[in-house]
Ligand binder design. Structure first.
Ligand code: DSN
Length: 419
């Protein structure tokens, strides 16, 4: 935190000030490989921590339910215009509080309870809000789930088409949280068109890659595109919906007043800043490097005997079955955390183990790439992962790796961390 801000906070609440600094130290001194996390820039953090948090503004620019919107209208309009320009969308709504509310608004815009939604099953790499049974989307709607093929561990679009023809969903979701391969949005769009479904591309994980042109964009083919703003896009925690002009009214009405009250204006401003940053040549290089880094890490892990889902990656994430290394995903993640390498345990497709104690770990490169790390560092990190998993019970090995991790981190300053 900036020293002046730290002093202000500390004077009122030293307990929280200490905890924030401790978290900053953790983010500075560890290798963060959680595929959905990143380092927001100081500019994004400044907007997110501003007086905009004070303002209520239910409604949309020019049509609000509270006065005093002179600056808020301009901020939200700027964010919308930047989203439309960056992604080439007809319409953007920047008010969803995050990805799950954004997706819920899509349901509210197009479905009635009991209608059919089709999405990728969570254990195959989908998201809770794509109709998984424990989510409201699986409880209040009739959810049909597709998975991946056992032999390739990839989505079989012929199977998706057959299921869609049989089940006639009103909404078809593509995307997920553990999909290491390029998503063929055009093929999903064709299936949705054939069965009369609204096609929703959830690009939460890959929106930075899409914005930079290093992953095909669903915008030309999807009815609705849903995203978070804090993953590869590197903005604040938030959500965004983009859609064709034909669906603009339904989407806006579903977000407000359908699902949410006042938008979080500090977040809207920070999203606008992130969208501004994402237009730069530097960001395009960053996005390309995320993928180059993931590939380098995947190659090194394969060489070291890890079983990667689909055999590798096309994007920012790797899903590795660690059981061939003699350990399950959860103890592997815990041992790595002790060694300063932070990731999450994750189910792999057809996992014989339970979701709370699965076979795999998920590894993402967005955050380490934001620090400027490149292929040699990825190979080093893969070597540490191997060493720690192989010696997971050895406290000395974990302590030694944690020290080496700190030394590496010191050479690659993290955006937004001021200590
Ligand atoms: N929790 C996010 C992730 O880690 O992928 C998805 O919502």
């Amino acid at each position: 935190m900036l020293p002046a801000l730290d002093a202000l906070l500390r004077a009122t609440d030293p307990a929280i000030a200490d905890l924030i600094v401790a978290e900053e130290v953790r983010e500075r001194d560890t290798i963060r490989l959680i595929a959905s996390e990143n380092y927001a820039s100081s500019a994004v953090l400044a907007a997110a921590g501003s007086v905009l948090t004070n303002k209520y503004s239910e409604g949309y620019a020019g049509k609000r339910y509270y006065e005093g919107q002179q600056e808020i209208d301009k901020i939200e309009t700027l964010a919308i215009d930047r989203a439309k320009a960056l992604f080439g969308a007809d319409h953007a709504n920047v008010q969803p509080y995050s990805g799950s509310p954004a997706n819920l608004a899509v349901y509210f815009a197009f479905l009635k309870p009991g209608d059919t939604v089709m999405g990728m099953a969570l254990p195959a790499g989908g998201h809770l809000t794509h109709g998984w049974n424990v989510s409201i989307t699986g409880a209040y709607f009739r959810a049909v789930q597709y998975g991946v093929r056992k032999d390739t561990q990839r989505v079989d679009l012929d199977e998706v088409r057959d299921l869609a023809r049989k089940e006639k969903p009103k909404l078809l979701f593509a995307g997920g949280t553990a999909v290491p391969r390029t998503i063929d949005f055009a093929a999903y769009a064709e299936i949705a068109r054939e069965v009369g479904a609204i096609f929703v591309a959830d690009i939460a994980h890959i929106s930075g890659l899409v914005a930079a042109g290093v992953h095909p964009s669903p915008v030309p083919v999807a009815d609705v595109v849903s995203t978070t703003t804090h993953k590869t896009l590197r903005g604040p925690r938030g959500g965004m919906l983009m859609c064709t002009a034909a669906h603009a009214k339904a989407i806006d009405k579903a977000v407000f007043p359908g699902l949410q009250g006042g938008p979080h204006n500090h977040t809207t401003a920070a999203i606008a800043v992130a969208l501004h940053e994402a237009r730069t040549a530097e960001f395009k290089q960053y996005a390309a490097q995320i993928i180059a880094n993931a590939r380098a890490m995947a190659e090194e892990l394969v060489a070291r005997g890890f079983a990667l889902v689909t055999g590798g990656t096309d994007n920012h994430l790797i899903l590795a079955d660690v059981t061939p290394k003699g350990l399950a995903g959860k103890p592997a993640a815990k041992a790595l955390d002790e060694a300063g390498i932070v990731l999450n345990y994750n189910s792999v497709p057809f996992d014989p183990r339970k979701p709370f104690d699965p076979s795999g770990v998920r590894i993402g490169t967005p955050a380490v790439t934001s620090r400027g790390m490149k292929e040699p560092e990825m190979r080093q990190i893969a070597a540490w992962i191997d060493l720690v998993i192989t010696n997971h019970a050895d406290a000395a090995v974990k302590a030694r790796v944690a020290g080496e991790v700190r030394e590496l981190c010191a050479k690659f300053p993290a955006p937004g961390i001021i200590l």
